[in-house]
Ligand binder design. Structure first.
Ligand code: C5P
Length: 224
């Protein structure tokens, strides 16, 4: 069985992938299924935690014993995470959040015309993970004691991961090597978890539950 080392802890987990609306029927999205975030939620509950799961466009049933808040866009996800963060011990940002969104959303469906299509202008989305790190650095309450980010990298996985960990000010960064039938939409995952204190744990290819439990092992040791 699992240890009850998260008993009484309040955790916020984001999962899935954001959709950034172009018009009422179209969006810019990504291939995140939410499977890893849901595995984190299930395993955390099994270890005794109270979990708020902020789910962006996930086609999975609500896990038992978890409070699920459904969102669509990065702006909505940010608001839901900040609200759930009140009194939370740790935040795990497993969601794939769009870096950009269309600067304007057409109120009606964009028509196909004989003219050349209009370009879609993009603006930056808030970086929620970096914002959590900033809040903590500035002592701006509420902020979580432990902050965990995810990163999908295709090359220079460790160097890029270390740089991202520092840039985002998180405690743990779970770095996935994408491609090779891993990560997006698959039941298996493999990763290296980098810690701000220098620890580095390699998690071999296996079920997303195994990666989730390895993350909770590292989180539990860092909770005050
Ligand atoms: O910079 P990159 O998108 O690779 O970082 C990934 C991590 O940052 C994930 O934990 C993701 O949830 C988080 N993120 C975020 N807000 C964004 C983009 C990414 O919180 N706008």
């Amino acid at each position: 069985g699992r240890p009850a080392d998260l008993a009484g802890r309040r955790l916020v987990i984001s999962a899935g992938g954001t959709r950034e609306a172009i018009d009422p029927v179209r969006f810019i999205g990504n291939r995140s299924s939410g499977l890893q975030g849901y595995a984190l939620a299930r395993t955390a509950v099994a270890r005794g935690a109270e979990v708020v799961l902020v789910a962006a466009n996930v086609a999975l049933p609500d896990p038992a014993g978890v409070t699920v808040v459904r969102v669509e866009s990065a702006v909505e996800l940010r608001a839901a995470v900040l609200e759930a963060m009140e009194g939370a011990d740790a935040v795990v940002m497993a969601a794939a959040v769009a870096d950009f969104r269309p600067s304007a959303q057409s109120g009606s469906k964009i028509k196909k015309t004989s003219a050349e299509p209009e370009p879609i202008h993009l603006v930056k989305n808030p970086d929620i993970l970096a914002e959590l790190g900033d809040r903590r650095r500035e002592g701006l309450k509420p902020y979580p004691s432990v902050i965990v980010g995810f990163a999908a990298e295709t090359d220079d996985v460790l160097a890029n991961g270390r740089a991202k960990l520092a840039r985002k000010g998180c405690d743990l960064l779970v770095v996935n090597q994408v491609g090779d039938n891993l990560a997006f939409g698959t039941p298996d995952n493999a990763a290296v978890v980098l810690a701000a204190d220098g620890e580095q744990v390699e998690i071999p290819r296996g079920p997303k539950e195994d990666l989730a439990d390895a993350v909770w092992d590292l989180v539990a040791r860092r909770l005050p």
